[in-house]
Every structure is written in structure tokens, then in C-alpha cells.
Design a protein around this ligand. Structure first.
Ligand code: FMN
Length: 547
């Protein structure tokens, strides 16, 4: 556990840094400290993600609280010498002189004269995810004890409703309301599902939450189970998330051993267990009804809604489905109250949001910021500015998200402001692009993704995504038909209005927003002399549609 008063090296071990050799660096650190006779004075601690990504192995080091990046095994000897023998900063790999929690949220809020901590990522990078005692040491499982021993399900649901928490899986549905629908459906057994499928390209916040603080998800699921009267929970996690699965399994085992899962938890008479279901990594399986089909052993295809999962979910029973980040807010809301939670963010959207910031920025990585912060603040205050060239566009919320131009840099990222413009917040990926990126090229690659991921069940999506892909490809090659932009708009609108599930409907988001903000650039890909064989747009307009 992080303790700023003793000498410590926090090694951020998550699935990004493991690939850069984090485990080897950790072993070498231990050996080198031993060699220097410092193993008693300096502790090496394995944590989850400390924040920065794409920057190799990350170390947080005390005393001093500096952050080092791109540390390799070859650095270790010199690093230990400099930092712990000579007492100096190891300049060669210094990323910043402050750890992310000071660097980000607090710095941001100090300008607003209020100091906030993190909520969701509170423990990430600060405690060992493999040790339940570390979680308990920072107040873990207290909220669960309070709920099981002192509150009724209705009281818990009221707290969550009052907090204003909305789902962080993309749709932004009010969480308390969803819990109340599941509670009110009196059919047993009921289930709680944590949606950890996280298929949206560029989004990996849930992975880093699970890797960094798995017990928080378990605690939140027990609270949710109690509130909706379910006794079994599932975490549906994608198969590629090996480290998340490993840490969750370990956390479940430890919680069971301590009696925090199982029968009669805290002597309250409430029973709850959690199982992990491993998905095969299909994008559409993150959509809640496709997820249910997949869990039941069918093809991962969406179902018609209604009935909603709260009424008829897993095995036709009432089921609460929440995203990882949504759940990770629950214990803090219970402990601190809904009013406290509302202090974060804006009037219409309370709390914080965890984003993965990617692309042409100097400091890509994971951040947690209050709702309502603007894209400009995220890029320039948190992500260190544009890494090369000039800002051109950003995609908000994954491949199914809207494409923003410079005009939207100062729009507060929260539900109401975005909805007024016809946009939404999506999953939490912020892909920042500079002026070297062509809009048609970018959209071609987005459409390629949808062609691949469309489940094929409805022809509008199966065929529409293919047509869009080909249209953007033509524009990119400056070979667009004379009416290509209208054609793209028509197909996107058809998808939005008639696709069977939200996957097909959401394809319209990047397409229509790109047309809105980058129509001029896209029209440069039109070859005005290139006519369609049949029908022309004029002919199409003469077609009579019957309803
Ligand atoms: C194509 C598609 C993929 C989705 N993928 C995910 C996902 O990976 N994780 C997730 O939590 N929600 C995903 N969702 C949203 C879920 O359907 C659902 O709204 C969410 O799990 C509800 O949890 P929340 O209320 O806590 O946000 C997806 C939706 C669509 C249409």
C-alpha cells in the first residue's frame, strides 16, 4: 500500500506494462536492492496501472513521489544507485516529479479552489490488487458491511438514485432507476451481471480498473445484489483480458476465504456469490442483450427490447447489468453519501469520468476527471498537448462515437451539453488526431471495423456498413460518386432508424458527425463527373415509398 513516509517503489503491473517487461524489472529491482543491502529500507510493491500508457514500465517512487517511465532491466542498477544510494532523481527516465493523482485531479481542481480525490481509480496504482488486506486497509468492504447490516434495499436504491450516477458503459442510463426496476420485478432467482466486455476500440479503462482494484468490483456487486435481491453475480469479461481474469479470480477466492462472499455475509442472512464468464471477444457481445445470449450459450446476437433485462434477462430471469466503471463508483457513494458524489461534475451529470486518452498527445493514458471538463482541458492540461502538428479532430467514446472538430473543444463533456448537440459521451475513449489524419481515411478504418463486427443478423447493418465502408474508401481515393455525401447520409440515417440493435444504429454517430463538421474536406473526395450507372439521385427521389 502506498505510504509516502517510507521508501517505496511502486511497480505498475497491468497488461500494458507486462508486455514491456514490468515483471522482469520488478524482479531485478528486488535483486539489486538486496545486493545493495537496501531490501529492508526500500519496499518494492506491485500495483495496478499508475496511469500513463504507451510509455513502457512505470514506477512511482517514494520518498519524493516521482514518476518514471520506460524503465528497463538495464536501468535498474543505475536507478537504485542514483535514487537510493546518492539520494538524487534518476533524470534519464523521469516522467514527472509528481504521481498522477497529484498531477491530474488535484492540479485541475486547485484552479477551482476545491480539492477532490479520485473516486473510481482511487486505489489503482496505490495498493496491491492481489492482497485483500490492502483493500481492507484503505476502507474496502466497509460500505458492504454498512449496507448489509444497516440498510434496506430500498434505502440503498434511494442513495444511488439521489447520487445521480448514470451508467458508464455508454448509454448513460440512470443507475438507481435501473436498480429499482430490477428490485421491483418480483421473480426469483435474480442475477447481477458486471459487463466487463469492453470491446470499444481505444477503451481500456475497465481493464485497468479490474487489474488495479478488483475487490472494489466484488464489493459493488454484493451491494448491487443486496439492493435488487439477487444471490448470484457474473462478471462477463472478454477472453483477452488475462490479467483482469487472473486478479478477479484471486480476489473472489480471497473474499470467499474471509466470508465476504458466500452464505450469511457478516451474519446478515444475505448470501451472494460471484462467477466469471469469459467471452470470446466479439464487439456486439458487450451490448447487454447479446451478452445475455452469449452467456446462455447461444450466438452472441442482440435480442429485441422490451422486455428489458430488469424484467427478463439471464435465463429469462430479472437481471441487473452494469458496467465495471459504474459499479466502481458504488462503494464510495455508499460511504460518503449521494450529496458528496453530486459535488463532483455538473448539475446534470454528477461524478467523475475515467477516460483513456490516445493518439497524437504527449501523455497518453488513463485519467479520471470530473464530469463537465472540456476536451481542450483534457488535451492541454492532462495529456500534455498535441505531440506533433496541430489539433484537427477527436473521436469521443470509441469507434461508435462522434467525431469532433476544433469547434467543440470547449463543450463540457457531460450528458446534457452533448445531448443538446445530438452527441453522446460513449465509452470513455478519447482519440485525439492531428492534421496529418485524413477524415475519409479515418472513417474508412472505422467502417472496416463495423463491417467486421456487424453480427449479420439484420441486413440493414450487414449491408449498410459495407456500403459505407466502400463509400469512404472511394472518397479517400478521390473517386467518390457525384452524390457520394448524400448517399452516405442516407445510409447512415437508415441505419440509425432501422437497424435492429444499437450497434447498427450507432454507426451513424461517427458518420453524421464527420459529415457535419468535416463535410467540406469529405467533398474534396468527390469526383463530380463520376455518375452511378443506376439509379441516379434524381431517379431515386421519384421512388414512392409505402408505409
Ligand atoms: C455494440 C455495443 C457494445 C457495447 N459494449 C459494451 C461494453 O463492452 N461494456 C459495457 O459496459 N457496455 C457496453 N455496451 C452498453 C450495454 O449495452 C449496456 O448499456 C451497459 O452494459 C449497461 O451498463 P451501465 O448502465 O452501467 O452503463 C454496449 C452497447 C452496444 C450497443
Amino acid at each position: 500500500m502506498i505510504d509516502k513516509n517510507i521508501a517505496q517503489i511502486l511497480v505498475g503491473i497491468d497488461s500494458n506494462t507486462v508486455l514491456s517487461g514490468a515483471r522482469k524489472v520488478k524482479t531485478k529491482l528486488i535483486t539489486e536492492l538486496n545486493h545493495q543491502g537496501l531490501s529492508e529500507e526500500v519496499k518494492v510493491i506491485e500495483t495496478g496501472s499508475i496511469g500513463p500508457t504507451n510509455q513502457g514500465v512505470i514506477l512511482g517512487v517514494f520518498p519524493g513521489g516521482e514518476l518514471y517511465a520506460n524503465i528497463t532491466e538495464d536501468d535498474v542498477e543505475e536507478f537504485v544507485q542514483e535514487k537510493f544510494v546518492k539520494g538524487r532523481i534518476y533524470q534519464k527516465r523521469l516522467l514527472s516529479e509528481t504521481l498522477p493523482e497529484e498531477l491530474r485531479l488535484l492540479e485541475y481542481d486547485s484552479r477551482r479552489t476545491q480539492q477532490y480525490g479520485r473516486i473510481v481509480l482511487d486505489n489503482c496504482g496505490r495498493i496491491s490488487p492481489d492482497d485483500i488486506n490492502e483493500y481492507i486497509g484503505v476502507g474496502g468492504y466497509e460500505a458492504m458491511g454498512f449496507v448489509l447490516l444497516q440498510k434496506s434495499p430500498e434505502e440503498i436504491i434511494d442513495i444511488i438514485k439521489d447520487s445521480g450516477l448514470r451508467g458508464r458503459g455508454g448509454a448513460g442510463f440512470p443507475t438507481g432507476l435501473k436498480w429499482s426496476f430490477t428490485f421491483e420485478t418480483k421473480k426469483f432467482p435474480k442475477y447481477v451481471i458486471c459487463n466487463a466486455d469492453e470491446g470499444e476500440p481505444g477503451t481500456f479503462k475497465d481493464r485497468l480498473i479490474m487489474e488495479g482494484d478488483p475487490h472494489k468490483i466484488i464489493e459493488a456487486m454484493v451491494i448491487a445484489g443486496y439492493a435488487v435481491e439477487a444471490e448470484l453475480g457474473y462478471i462477463y469479461v472478454r477472453g483477452e483480458y488475462n490479467l483482469s481474469i487472473e486478479r478477479l479470480q484471486n480476489a473472489i477466492k480471497q473474499a470467499k476465504e474471509m466470508g465476504l462472499l458466500g452464505k450469511n455475509i457478516f451474519g446478515s442472512g444475505f448470501n451472494f456469490n460471484i462467477q466469471i464468464k469469459i467471452g470470446a471477444g466479439s464487439y456486439v457481445c458487450g451490448e447487454e442483450t447479446a451478452l445475455l445470449s452469449s452467456m446462455e450459450g447461444y450466438r452472441g446476437e442482440p435480442r429485441l427490447k422490451p422486455p428489458y433485462p430488469a424484467q427478463q434477462g439471464f435465463l429469462q430471469q430479472p437481471t441487473l447489468i452494469n458496467n465495471v466503471e459504474t459499479l466502481a463508483n458504488i462503494p464510495s457513494i455508499i460511504l460518503n453519501g449521494s450529496e458528496w458524489f453530486r459535488r463532483f461534475g455538473t448539475e446534470s451529470t454528477s461524478g467523475t469520468k475515467v477516460y483513456t486518452v490516445l493518439g497524437h498527445v504527449n501523455r497518453p493514458g488513463l485519467i479520471e476527471v470530473p464530469m463537465g471538463i472540456t476536451l481542450r482541458e483534457i488535451i492541454y492540461d492532462y495529456a500534455g498537448g498535441i505531440s506533433s502538428g496541430k489539433f484537427k479532430m477527436a473521436q469521443i467514446g470509441g469507434t461508435a462515437g462522434d467525431v469532433f472538430s476544433e469547434r467543440l473543444l470547449d463543450i463540457p463533456l457531460e450528458y446534457r451539453s452533448l445531448q443538446e448537440l445530438g452527441h453522446n459521451l460513449g465509452s470513455g475513449a478519447l482519440l485525439i488526431m492531428n492534421d496529418s489524419v485524413s477524415v475519409s481515411d479515418f472513417l474508412t478504418s472505422c467502417m472496416k471495423f463495423f463491417v467486421h463486427e456487424s453480427c449479420g443478423r439484420c441486413s440493414v447493418c450487414r449491408i449498410g456498413t459495407k456500403h459505407l465502408y466502400e463509400a469512404f474508401k472511394r472518397l479517400n481515393e478521390k473517386e467518390g460518386y457525384f452524390d457520394e455525401l448524400e448517399n452516405i447520409q442516407d445510409i447512415a440515417n437508415i441505419l440509425k432508424l432501422t437497424a435492429f440493435c444499437p450497434l447498427g444504429q450507432s454507426v451513424a454517430q461517427p458518420v453524421l458527425s464527420a459529415l457535419k463538421y468535416f463535410g467540406d474536406e469529405l467533398s474534396e473526395g468527390v469526383n463530380i463527373d463520376k455518375k452511378r450507372k443506376f439509379p441516379t439521385r434524381e431517379q431515386k427521389e421519384k421512388v414512392v415509398y409505402y408505409s
